[in-house]
Write a new protein. Sequence first.
Length: 237
Amino acid sequence: MPPILITGAGRRVGLYLADTLRADGYPILAHHRSPSAALEQRAGHDFVLLSADLETEQGALRLAEAVCRHTTSLRAIIHNASVFETTQRNPHEAAAQAQRFFGLHVLAPYLLNEALRPLLKKCPEVPADILHITDISVHRPEPCYDLYCASKAGLANLTRSYAQRFAPHIKVNMIAPGPILFPDGFPGEERNRILARTPLAMEGGPQAIYLAVRYLLDNAFVTGTELRVDGGQSIVP
Ligand SMILES: NC(=O)c1ccc[n+]([C@@H]2O[C@H](COP(=O)([O-])OP(=O)(O)OC[C@H]3O[C@@H](n4cnc5c(N)ncnc54)[C@H](OP(=O)(O)O)[C@@H]3O)[C@@H](O)[C@H]2O)c1
């Protein structure tokens, strides 16, 4: 079986996906930015570590080259790497943030999808998959996270272009998470406010994302779609 490339696999949801998909029998190409003891422990022939800063064009292209050195085909790419920050009010700082958000959430997936398309096309299991991890806030942006939300909306839009361009050999879908795992140190008051407007009133946990990934990998007749994994948040007016 060809490997699955997961970006941002060093911790939290990305690490959970790497572990569970490896347990399902897929070799893993685990991309990370910073070295981590958790990843070092797992490194081996079926769990290859690839490092790159994906906020820059050079970083994304270097990652694509590294993938091509390791394998001639891919089962899937999961674009999970992300940076989540409130927008700075200083316009110069906000402009620098916008470059990082759009570099990581839009340009890096674009460059990787283009560069690695030939490897996905060589997957013996047809169609292969590209999964974009977006955010439910694409539909109802949080004003203080406006640039983050706009960049994730860009990724959502790319999904629909790629689903048309890459068919029939490659399916391209997105998973839109709601509150899955709050960041460390996330303010308690804010957390309660978010859970109060989430019908299922809890954090989903990374398994909820894994189950969505599994569904999309296993279903050969779904492309260009969004799977909302948000505890029902998006149906609340
Ligand atoms: N957690 C939630 O509740 C939630 C809600 C909505 C959407 N999502 C989405 O679900 C996905 C997983 O969420 P998460 O909370 O596990 O994500 P996360 O902890 O914020 O970050 C995921 C990974 O992105 C990597 N990353 C950040 N900047 C990078 C860069 N410049 N270059 C390369 N890698 C970089 C990080 O690597 P390092 O560790 O090396 O810095 C980290 O491992 C993300 O796409 C997120 O936007 C999550």
